[in-house]
Design a protein around this ligand. Sequence first.
Ligand code: DC
Length: 224
Amino acid sequence: MINIAIDGPAGAGKSTVARAIAKDYGYIYVDTGALYRALAYKAINNGIDVKDEINVTRMLGSTKLDITYTEKGQRIILDGEDISDSIRTAQISMGASDISALPFVREWLLDMQKDIARKNDCIMDGRDIGTTILPDAEIKIFLTASVEERANRRYKELVAKGESITLEAVIEDVKTRDYNDSHRAVSPLKKADDAIEVDTTNLDFGQTVNTIKEIIDTHIGGEK
Ligand code: DC
């Protein structure tokens, strides 16, 4: 199986780029952030503090999380319900960042992620894919962009979805999430030693996709 890891901070463009590449190469696209988002969604909806390890751990004891791949792409099934379209809000983003810092949460999601990669050619995005989940991935990309550029992209997405939020608030959110994601004790956001860094601050979507495809083709001989 071919496994491609894409890590990087929030808003660097990982998901759109990974989705496009997966389609072109016939791989599945695995969005691991959605797993943390699903758990944050459940906690928030049940009045559980996403930083409270004891209560979150208790919650996981009665949680069933499944990930499936359909023609609509990845779907996240939480306790039997497809919640994939409800986990993209600013509130869930922040909750996911907080809940992902809990070591037990990361451990709880570990096998599920490894298992998908074992069984499928895939391109998997997240924060710790190249360092922890798939240390032996054939290709590792670390996608970055400046805070301002990433916040601007996220702001446009949220506004397009009808959320009322200011650019300043999104910049603050991005900075807070960057800090949280790269300072947590377990599997922090970090470029793997053997990852190739791609800075997308001045690249548009097409240029980013082409840059990554060149990297993939050089490493795996352009097999499609
Ligand atoms: O990629 P995203 O914005 O959907 O991720 C939401 C949060 O989940 C992010 O702030 C950090 C966390 N996360 C993580 O800790 N490890 C991953 N592999 C993916 C996401």
